[in-house]
Design a protein. Structure first.
Lengths: 186, 66
């Protein structure tokens, strides 16, 4: 059967590479946040280095996210599809809601110009946040409970059935937001 | 959907891991199927049935809510 894909997934051996890229970049990011510009790349100031290492760390998350599991069977693919769906839903919400608020505010001010621009860090931040959400949801589903499978039930039904998952998910989100807050305070 | 994979495994005296390896899936997938948390595809169900040398309907049974 012929198949078509735009973003093929890489072999599971790429995962350590993605992890290494992410961890090293985050460490460099932390150093730049605390101590200022590093000697390399010498042409970049602290803010530019921050953006660069943040982008590289996000790329590392992408490499991890687009790597197959060692045993990529149908259960893994189903969990992956559900995690992608949840991450994509989050992406729509965090991009659409601020834009709608801005549009409504502009309409109420009776202005014709919609002035909503994102900095490099904010753009990369959205990408990194969505990748992190996907990875958290995917790996919780895969590893937290071997018998886990996401069901197409309502949120309340899922929460009742899987209390532990939602506690871990909320904790993971809190850690994510804390990391964003810490790195943003530079 | 109910299934009798655990019973069939016991008859053949093989572990979840060994079955998973023979079928070509992860041990967690076999565990998920046995617990009724994951419904296998037609191909996977046929592979499991063929491995145990029984019919698919002898291993998998629809429940009223299905």
């Amino acid at each position: 059967m012929k198949s078509f894909t735009i973003f093929p997934m890489s072999n599971y051996k790429s995962k350590p590479i993605g992890l290494a890229i992410t961890i090293v970049s985050l460490i460099l990011l932390l150093i730049v946040s605390i101590h200022g510009a590093l000697p390399f790349p010498s042409q970049a100031n602290a803010e530019q280095q921050f953006d660069l290492f943040f982008a590289v760390a996000t790329f590392g998350l992408y490499v991890i996210a687009w790597t197959k599991e060692k045993n990529e069977d149908e259960r893994v693919q189903k969990i992956r599809a559900k995690a992608m769906q949840i991450a994509f839903g989050m992406f729509v919400i965090i991009t659409l809601c601020p834009a709608l608020v801005s549009i409504v505010a502009d309409i109420q001010k009776h202005t014709s110009a919609i002035n909503y621009s994102l900095s490099n860090v904010e753009l990369i931040g959205i990408c990194a946040f969505i990748l992190a959400i996907y990875l958290v949801v995917f790996y919780i589903g895969l590893l937290f409970d071997p018998a886990w499978i996401y069901a197409d039930d309502t949120v309340m039904v899922n929460m009742r059935k899987n209390k532990k998952f939602f506690i871990v998910y909320v904790l993971a989100l809190i850690v994510l937001f804390l990391l964003i807050f810490i790195f943003h305070k530079k | 959907m109910k299934n009798t994979i655990r019973v069939e495994r016991a008859k053949m005296d093989i572990t979840q891991g060994e079955l998973a390896e023979k079928i070509g899936v992860s041990k967690q997938t076999i565990l998920s199927i046995e617990k009724g948390k994951f419904t296998p595809s037609t191909i996977l169900a046929l592979k499991i049935a063929r491995f145990f040398n029984v019919k698919v309907e002898d291993i998998f049974e629809l429940e009223p809510e299905d």
